[in-house]
Design a protein around this ligand. Structure first.
Ligand code: 5GP
Ligand code: ZN
Length: 127
């Protein structure tokens, strides 16, 4: 059986977040559906800090095109719902920060597209 037959299309066997989405590496789940996986950041900056990733391997926001509009819309509309479920207080006194670090100048360390959702009562460790 080839490697591709056991994984969803777009799986990169060398990618940390592909392995996390495939449960080859453990993580603390926040949410999952056919298209996306959300999990707690291993090194949180704030009381709420989780990542939303597409299951499809997309290296960064720099590779996003019109073919990803539905997927990116799904990720962006999930963010406020999951933020609230994870304990971010309501807007405008509460809220959250969304970050998609992209490339070296953008401070990206893991090259599988991810949206950081960061929030909860301050002070935060960073940001
Ligand atoms: P970047 O700098 O690429 O935007 O952020 C990558 C994020 O992934 C960092 O906040 C880092 O703490 C998180 N991270 C890196 N490795 C792991 C891991 O193995 N598990 C989890 N849950 N988070 C990770
Ligand atoms: Zn990947």
């Amino acid at each position: 059986m080839s490697q591709h037959s056991v994984h969803s299309p777009g799986f990169d066997p060398n990618c940390l977040f592909c392995k996390i989405a495939a449960k080859q590496i453990p993580s603390r789940a926040v949410y999952e559906d056919e298209q996306v996986y959300a999990f707690h950041d291993i090194s949180p900056w704030a009381p709420v800090h989780f990542l939303i990733i597409p299951k499809l391997h997309i290296a960064s926001m720099a590779q996003v095109g019109p073919e990803h509009a539905q997927l990116m819309g799904h990720i962006m509309t999930l963010a406020p719902r999951l933020a609230t479920e994870q304990g971010c207080r309501p807007y405008p006194d509460g809220g959250f920060r969304l970050i998609a670090n992209t490339g070296q100048d953008g401070g990206q360390e893991v090259h599988h597209l991810h949206l950081h959702v960061i929030g909860g009562p301050r002070p935060w460790a960073k940001g």
